[in-house]
Design a protein around this ligand. Sequence first.
Ligand code: NAD
Length: 252
Amino acid sequence: MTDRFLEGRRALVTGATSGIGLAVARALAAAGAHVQINGLGDAGQVEAALAAVRAAGDPGALHHGADLRDPAAIRAMMALAGPLDVLVNNAGVQFTAPLGSLPDERWDQILAINLSACFHTLKAVLPGMQARGFGRVVNIASVHGLVASVAKAPYVAAKHGLVGLSKVAALEAAAAGSRESGGVTVNCVCPGWVETALIEPQIAARAAQAGGDREAGIRALLAEKQPSGRMALPEEIAALVLFLCRRAAHNI
Ligand code: NAD
């Protein structure tokens, strides 16, 4: 069981109504944080996510339904959320198409959610974290923040952008606080393939190429970029995010 080293800390996780974000929100709650989740979904999905976070350790967990394509909605959410000690920019969407046939609105949408939203949330939290001497920002980028794949131009561009944005924010915040206060860090996690709804369409497409064999589709997908041949689980990404929130991670 996790020790409650985040007792008294306030956290916000975007895109936490499913997948990696929900696993991160549950891990933060289990470590004692008051957790606010953001994300889309119908009432049932939002309730189920809130129930999971509450059961994990924060009976007061709250949900913000802000659509991250809308900067004004993000600003309103950040004002409502109040001062934060932990921000996890996790929300993300994917769409695959070759550049020549990529709809313009998909480019705008993916850049808005996967990159610009992280700027708006960071801008809202960083000054307060620096003034208080403690803060943890973890941006969920991707292996596609480091390397490219065909047919993923906006996703790869946004994730590379998120890595760059994180580096600037990390430098600007680095000197805040002390070892005792915990300092302010900004990190990116760059997962390979993680078993969530986000990659289902890609698994389905590969499976179709393999005559409907889902396992063969997964193997084909992983063969490209994941040498272990195994998908990661959302809980495994959450464990790393949780470590980055520890005081011992003040220089990472
Ligand atoms: P997911 O589809 O399970 O979750 C995405 C979350 O983002 C959901 O909560 C959804 O409601 C939210 N979201 C989408 N559009 C939104 C909007 N306009 N406003 C507010 N919230 C919105 O996907 P996941 O796999 O858990 O992905 C989480 C993050 O991890 C993403 O940034 C993704 O790029 C990244 N990632 C995933 C993988 C993978 O293999 N699954 C690999 C690398 C990186």
